[in-house]
Design a protein around this ligand. Structure first.
Ligand code: ADP
Ligand code: MG
Length: 496
């Protein structure tokens, strides 16, 4: 019924990778109803579809597909998807009040927030869709089942009761998905807070691009932020801390009445300026008194928001000091820090980020997705739309990703070179590069430390457009001229 295969290839160069809330519905016992009375069933189905269309549109969603008895829609927010689902179930249950139980048409609805690939014709597919399909299958007639990610995001904002259904296995996905039944099913009076799906305030960049291989990390991080007020994403440079923190803040945005905000500390050379950086990011003007810290705390003391403090490693003491004060004085603020080292505060929850997963062999790839491979393929495709994994390329890509330790930044830099150099040369050059960096040392630890140090040093200090330039210039393994650089960067977005 629904596209099963998350690893399905697309020849569509305009396909976009997105993090969305996915709603999937179908009719409980559809074939039985059709067998009983096909004409009446078709009429009822049309009426049901109209209710879906109306609810989806009014909650900011988009209908992707309504084939047979199934409905597939996507939303920018989990709260929007769940509000639409509640609206559908409520409206349908009030319509069929006079209909006998056996003749009722009732939908089962599953909702998940996850990665999808959105093609230029509007269709979507990917693991996120498969998970939503599994949740839909768990729902009772007239009921709604959501993933833990959705539950975590909306629990505070929508006043609903959830019933844990325990871990559920999904085909092609290794870790089980935690499912929750929404207690307010059809006919229930529970309703979302007004304004639940309103647009919220944030300074997070709008378009994210797909986050590869971090579905479980996203869910764990969201859960950590429910249980703790300060979570620090810890890991080596280039491992994807900032990227994950941003995606998580986006996903959690609907939970915070005063939004989610990000302060970027990478370019900060004087720790004493951190206070101003935080205030600027939040759009707060300081300077009325001689105690700017107190001013900031006073402003934040009544706000409910998520503050992402990105790249704390080089201003650890000051970041720790400010974080501690915010925790003490601003009860509705939650902090998500990214850092190569923890802030070492008493109530800090550390979250160590692992590299992206790399398969041990090509055979493993059939069974499930691997973040490192998905990222590699996406980055090669950005510069060569025809690139595919096949019997020759896949083992080489696995080899490259393994040599790069599943480190996203290193994978991005290697991938952009593929169209010019070919996979074999890229693979061979990684080893040469290690030798160059380490003076020939072959011990794994020092090789990787040196690679990482070199990458971090150059990457962390760049802002987002600069990082984009940096990655694209990676196509030139042996240096480049200005003309070549302009050709590689020539998309009109980037200033010379
Ligand atoms: N899971 C991921 N999916 C897609 N891109 C990623 C992922 N993780 C990291 N990246 C990319 O890799 C690069 C390094 O990630 P970043 O978050 O800046 O690392 P860190 O903050 O740990 O130094 C960035 O270009 C980022 O967009
Ligand atoms: Mg970072």
């Amino acid at each position: 019924m629904i596209r099963e295969n998350a690893r399905m290839n697309t020849a569509d160069p305009d396909a976009r990778d997105r993090l969305l809330a996915i709603l999937l519905a179908d009719v409980q016992g559809y074939s039985r109803l059709m067998a009983l009375d096909d004409k009446a069933t078709v009429v009822a189905l049309d009426a049901g579809r109209a209710v879906f269309r109306e609810q989806i549109a009014s909650h900011g969603g988009r209908v992707v597909d309504m084939a047979g008895d199934s409905v597939l829609a996507v939303f920018e927010t989990a709260a929007g998807a769940l509000s639409a689902a509640l609206g559908v179930q409520r409206q349908l249950s009030s319509c069929d009040a006079g209909v006998s139980e056996s003749d009722r048409m009732r939908f089962r609805i599953g909702i998940h927030v996850g990665d999808v690939i959105e093609k230029s014709d509007g269709t979507v597919y990917g693991h996120g869709v498969n998970i939503a399909a599994r949740l839909q299958g768990l729902a009772d007639a007239g009921g709604i089942v959501v993933s833990e990610t959705v539950q975590g995001i909306v629990a505070q904002r929508l006043r609903l009761a959830f019933e844990a259904m325990g871990p559920q296995h999904v085909k092609n996905i290794v870790l089980p998905v935690q499912a929750y039944r929404v207690r307010s099913g059809a006919g229930d009076t529970a309703s979302p807070e007004p304004g639940a799906s309103r647009r919220l305030v944030t300074n997070l960049p709008e378009q994210l691009g797909l986050l590869y291989g971090r579905t479980d990390d996203m869910a764990s991080l969201a859960r950590a932020l429910t249980d703790h007020r300060l979570v620090t994403l810890v890991g080596t440079g280039g491992i994807g801390k900032s990227r994950l923190a941003r995606a998580c803040a986006h996903a959690l945005l609907p939970q915070y009445a005063d939004g989610a905000w990000m302060v970027e500390l990478a370019g900060l050379s004087v720790p004493a300026r951190m206070l101003n950086a935080v205030a600027n990011a939040l759009g707060i003007t300081l300077g009325g008194s001689n105690d700017e810290m107190a001013e900031l705390l006073a402003q934040l003391s009544t706000r409910s928001l998520l503050l992402v403090i990105d790249n704390c490693e080089h201003v650890l003491d000051e970041a720790g000091r400010i974080a501690r004060l915010i925790l003490q004085r601003c009860p509705y603020v939650r902090l998500l820090a990214t850092s190569q080292a923890p802030l070492s505060l008493g109530d800090e929850q550390q979250f160590r980020l692992a590299p992206l997963s790399v398969p041990a062999s090509a055979e493993e790839v059939a069974a499930r997705a691997f973040g490192a491979l998905d990222l590699f393929r996406a980055r090669v495709r950005a510069v060569d739309a025809r690139f595919e994994f096949d019997d020759t390329s896949l083992p080489l890509v696995i080899d490259i990703c393994r040599r790069l330790d599943g480190l996203p930044l290193a994978i991005e830099l290697a991938a952009v070179r593929v169209p010019h150099l070919g996979l074999t040369t890229v693979r061979d050059r990684i080893d040469e590069r290690f030798k160059l960096l380490t003076g020939g040392s072959k011990t794994g630890a020092s090789r990787h430390q040196t690679l990482r140090a070199a990458l971090e040093w150059s990457h962390a200090l760049l802002n987002e457009p600069e990082q984009q330039v940096f990655r694209r210039l990676g196509v030139f393994a042996g240096g480049f001229t200005m003309k070549m650089a302009q050709a590689a960067l020539g998309d009109g977005h980037l200033d010379e």
